[in-house]
Design a protein around this ligand. Sequence first.
Ligand SMILES: NC(=O)c1ccc[n+]([C@@H]2O[C@H](COP(=O)([O-])OP(=O)(O)OC[C@H]3O[C@@H](n4cnc5c(N)ncnc54)[C@H](O)[C@@H]3O)[C@@H](O)[C@H]2O)c1
Ligand SMILES: O=C(O)C(=O)C[C@@H](O)[C@H](O)[C@H](O)COP(=O)(O)O
Ligand SMILES: [Zn+2]
Length: 360
Amino acid sequence: MAEVTVNLGNDSYLIEIIPGSISQIGKSLNRMPFTRKALVVTDDTVGALYGKDVLDSLTGAGYTREIMYVRPGESSKSIKVMEEIYTKAIAMGLDRKSPIIALGGGVVGDLTGFAAATYLRGVPFIQVPTTLLAQVDSSVGGKTAVNHPLGKNMIGAFYQPKLVQIDPLVLNTLPERELLAGIAEVIKHGVIADEQMFNFLFENVERILAQDANVLTDVISRNCRIKAEVVEKDEREANLRMTLNFGHTVGHAIEAATGFSRYNHGEGVAIGMHAAALISQYVGQCETADVDRLKDLLQRFGLPIRAEGCSVEELEAFLSRDKKSDGGKISWILLNKIGHVQICNTVPANIVHQTLRAII
Ligand SMILES: NC(=O)c1ccc[n+]([C@@H]2O[C@H](COP(=O)([O-])OP(=O)(O)OC[C@H]3O[C@@H](n4cnc5c(N)ncnc54)[C@H](O)[C@@H]3O)[C@@H](O)[C@H]2O)c1
Ligand SMILES: O=C(O)C(=O)C[C@@H](O)[C@H](O)[C@H](O)COP(=O)(O)O
Ligand SMILES: [Zn+2]
């Protein structure tokens, strides 16, 4: 068992990493001042695997509860599906102290978090993340959002959960492709803040791919700590938090340009990190050796480093709408050396163009 606190004054919360805790959520909620009526939002796959455990545990804790299922996949991160959550919440009569629980990966977490942030102008939100990506990244830090056809996460809010309850054992059922999506974000944390962890990943490729429970639990707590530290210093992404977007500028453009269906988020980020590293090399911010180390680690995990199914022009159109733009200039997160990045808004357009040509 491990515990990480995210210190944000009145919005502080605990991340609990406890094997078997998927069936303990009711007990955890009983520590909190909620009305005993809860809505669980999940997707069809996760609901079939873990919905009953969560519902039984809520019933055991005296909760009236209902569950709603969304289709698995990025297409559920939409205003339309969010409206369905509001409809369910209103029909159930959820009040301002009724918790809404996200049971699933980052899609369910981002979608449900935004619904919780806006229903009745905010109700308690609980994260029960079930993918590696959600356990190491998306359930922590309070970014919630839905997509728009013109861009990723374009509509959303900063809204912190009241609790993040992580059960590493649920990763036993996670398909390898989804495990690797989480590893992409873990590699990102290594690149931006923790060279030691980056090296640890190199040394543990086989054990991670074999889903060694001890290694994964260690990876989860280490990464929650890294993310919590960044969020505590810059919750609203004025500066430091932008570094968590390393690889996302091009990654989000690839996801959107391929209709949010060809690449999952982690794969987009893997290709995007390759692109960001190449830009850093072309503008003279880092050594070729560091770009090669990153490429090597991504490839050892079988993550993609080049994109198919989109053109340079399409990617440039999506890049122009990047959320880190300021006065028309994109704030790029560039690699200095493994463990260190910097924010730069003066990357010339021709360097971006050259990089995009190199990665597709
Ligand atoms: N808010 C943030 O800070 C943040 C950070 C990173 C990513 N994200 C967002 O997260 C999303 C990606 O999340 P994701 O990678 O978790 O994808 P996901 O939520 O789509 O889940 C991936 C797949 O795994 C299945 N699944 C989930 N848990 C399972 C389990 N235990 N066993 C078997 N199958 C399981 C799901 O049904 C789904 O098909 C993207 O929309 C991305 O933008 C948000
Ligand atoms: O928490 C953050 O801050 C991040 O940037 C984490 C990212 O991994 C995540 O994909 C996030 O949703 C991206 O947010 P966006 O603001 O770039 O859409
Ligand atoms: Zn991400």
